[in-house]
Design a protein around this ligand. Structure first.
Ligand code: GDP
Ligand code: MG
Length: 224
């Protein structure tokens, strides 16, 4: 089984080496890092790290960066693709329980859920995450416990089926829509998301972002 870890990285020079090293230490050999037009030296770091180092020359957003990485992994013969964050918020130990249901053919895709485990999510994040879950339920009738978790694992077939056309953060909701529309068998797996000063200082996941995601989803829904 060829397992590929795909990481989208935007201005992550402070954390990316640590993330790559912990993955290597755990035995993951196929690591694809897509530098999403960072302004810092993220690309120089990944170039030296002996991973598959890809680069967008401009910043296109996490959705676009993941698509680049996933397409690359498919071309390199990946059997399973795991998407993993560059900022140290995901735990390497959680990869095994994420890929097991796919290896055992229980489902084609697993989505990490921080709400199936006892984690304390900062209030600001909690609100937007709950809104995202509600919107997915209202629009598609899909009941998820966590809709914007960047930690996922998918079979090669599922990765080929899912079309990501949303460049920025709304790709997370789009992936759930794709799972629903294409009737891909999925499972939510409890994972721990690490909230530290570094991740919170980046200031994403706030209400403005939630409104942007919702607006894009809304137009996608009515323009179809
Ligand atoms: N915010 C942001 N993250 C990006 C972008 N492109 C790639 N990423 C990566 O996407 C991952 C998740 O981003 P983050 O801001 O931590 O979002 P959150 O943890 O889901 O609230 C990180 O590994 C980023 O480095 C981008 O344009 N903006
Ligand atoms: Mg983060």
């Amino acid at each position: 089984m060829k397992i590929f870890i795909v990481i989208a990285a935007y201005n992550e020079s402070k954390s990316i080496s640590k993330v790559i090293n912990s993955l290597k230490k755990a035995g993951y050999k196929n690591i694809v890092v897509v530098d999403d037009g960072s302004k810092d030296n993220t690309y120089e770091i990944i170039k030296k790290s002996r991973v598959h180092a890809l680069k967008h020359i401009i910043n296109r957003g996490q959705g676009a960066a993941l698509k680049t990485g996933i397409d690359y992994a498919i071309n390199k013969g990946a059997d399973i693709i795991v998407t993993f964050d560059a900022d140290g918020q995901h735990r390497v130990e959680d990869i095994k329980p994420m890929i097991e249901p796919i290896i055992n053919k229980e489902c084609e895709i697993t989505i990490g859920s921080r709400f199936l485990k006892k984690t304390s999510v900062p209030l600001k994040r909690l609100l937007t995450l709950k809104i995202a879950i509600l919107v997915l339920w209202l629009f598609y009738g899909v009941k998820m416990t966590d809709a914007h978790n960047g930690f996922r694992a998918m079979s090669r077939d599922a990765a080929k089926k899912i079309e990501i056309t949303s460049d920025r953060m709304e790709h997370a909701s789009q992936i759930i829509e794709e799972i629903y529309k294409k009737r891909i068998k999925y499972k939510e797996v409890p994972v721990t998301i690490i909230y530290n000063n570094y991740s919170l200082s980046k200031g994403h996941g706030g209400l403005t972002q939630a409104i942007k995601v919702f607006t894009k989803m809304f137009f996608r829904k009515i323009l179809k």
